[in-house]
Design a protein. Sequence first.
Length: 755
Amino acid sequence: MPTETLLLEVYVNGHSIGKIGEFSLRRGRLMARPDELHNLGFRVPLSNASETGGLIALSDLPGVTYTVDQENLILRVTASDSALLPTMLNFYGREEPGGRRTIESGTGLTFNYDFTGTFAGGKASGTGALNLRAFSPRGIVSSNWLAYTGAAMSASGTNTTVRLDSVYTFADANKLRRYSVGDFITSGLSWTRPVHLEGAQLRSDFTTRPDLITFPLPNVTGSAGVPSTISVLTNGNLMMSQQVAPGPFEVPQLPVISGAGTITMTMTNALGQQVTVNQPFYASTSLLVPGLQTFAVDVGLARRFWGSYSNIYGKMAGSAIFRRGLTRKFTIEGSIEDTPGAYTEGAGGVLQVGHLGVVNFAAAASSGSGTTSALYSAGAQRIGRVFSVGASAIIAGRNYRDISAMNGAAITRKQLNGNTSVNMKHIGSVGAAYTSLDQDNSPNPIPPGSNSSQHSKIFSASYSVQMHHMSIYANEFRDLVNTGNKGFQAGVTIPFGRHSSISLSGASDGIGQAQAQRSAPQVGDWGYDAYVSAGNTTHIFAQGQYKSPVGLFTAGIDRSAGQTTVRLESQGALSFVDKALFLSNWVYDSFAVVDTSPIARVHVQQENRDVGRTNSSGRLLVPDMRSYELNHITIEPTDIPADVTVDVAVRDIRPRDLSGVVVKFPIKFSHAALLRLVDEAGVPLPLGSSATLKATGAVVPIGFDGDAYVEDLGPHNELLVELPKGRHCTVAFDYKPMPGEIPSIGPLRCTEVKP
């Protein structure tokens, strides 16, 4: 019997799904391809589809019965929820993860600088923080320096400059990896200590995918018997509201903040009947999504006296860490370190306990120089909307060594931490914390003979409350080892305007403070900061700021202990890209050079926020782009002259970190004119005629009054006009561009062409 192909409208549980499926009728059995059934919303089990030519019979689907109305070409299916794929609902505004992404980067240089000059007691001094980086699609080379002159140089020793970090990095956004050669800080876990190395590093880097959620998020599932509207709220905040068809549905990876909370799902049908379900959850960023893993491998020489000297190194060292999410509630982790005199290895994990919180635990062993020892770490944490509490402990044996200890750092023998807080809503929030730290001197102290041991027990408590726009706070701390080290402070902050505030505070040592400040976040803003404290001594400080398109400039005066200091500061950046030099404010991450040349003075918006106008060359540097995220850059169309065409007025880009990208808006001069065409008797050519520019072959319609808009005109032009009833005429004319305008030419007499 031949196979019959049927195209059927599909109804599931009495409701049309709005899709037409392709089915095959063979020996009375209705069959379809697995992908077709999947697209229609049915769960397709692994079966012997290959034995039936790649087709699956609907009767073989568990929980599915059906009837076929061949006269009306309708398939009516009755299916249980387990037989249907859930409708996936995604909350509004979420960027769906994609495949390979295009990350843009230009080639150029950026030099960030922060110069400060002071004059006090007849002596002048200066300091500078310098950052130089070269970028290209192949990576970034950067170097950071400190510079000193005058009195500042004598205070820092004999060094006029100090190199901080110099490194080459390349981030692979599609493999989520970052490669570094040079200076870096090793990656670590909660129970390991990072160190400064100069060498090579390979590590996971999730910052290249800002849309990637690395920790488990709660899912919401349900089933609707009739078409309904699903509303999902997290801690009382509406996250999404969408309509769903009858059948199962799922909201995957619902975005929530860390800690405990409640998800409320309300299902409303067409009659207004509602069903509400509450679901508790706990989310922790210390966990990894099941199957997601992160790692880091570091090797190099330990940097010593970082920040004071440029090139002093310690021992060779290497380390590696690894973390992987095994389940939604359990993540494993491990670490290995090796350096002359110490080898350590350890493992641990993070476990979520129901909806209560998370616990972490780890154990490590070290060996070297003929000794062995161990380290144990444990902790628990709960973050709640009302009550939060946490505690952790790290205990190490007397002979425990790690890379940090072998290169001059003190050895932590015991560290205890505890904290708790209560949010009483309108009444305010209270918190308390306790820290106990016992550290022994390093086996290799730097400099030799120095003592870095420490023994302290600190207790602190705080209270804060928001009253209208006013913030009130009180803090107290006590050193339980050095009982004389204690204090209490209380204050109030009152904001006014968009960027201004006044703060008043007092302390138990008799010092009172008052401060008024205004920030300058945008180009063109003025800011100020005035401060006075009174007690044993009087301290007065005042400064003003101006944020210009080429930098942030600050001038201030400080008087304390009878000495007056004048301070001047200039902070900005110079960037060389696209064969041009740009001055701007400090470029912290990525930047874009918007190019509208040769059109100048065009307003540019970033995320619908005005960020300036292009200069006389048609360029503008935008210094605060978000790396690896989608940035929206637009230009103001009304700033474009009438005789200019811009094919694209909106650009979406993803720049590489610490790099610049040129955002080109192609500009085309239309060389256009509005022509008024008439016949030999001076009557406008009839509506519906068309004109062809012989030079380009472009065809344009003729409108009312014989008007025709024609682009790409030359000094001498000829039009062939097609008239009604198959008649034709020609017209020739000269054209002279008028910058910024579209000239009107005519009336132009069209001479009829005899057949």
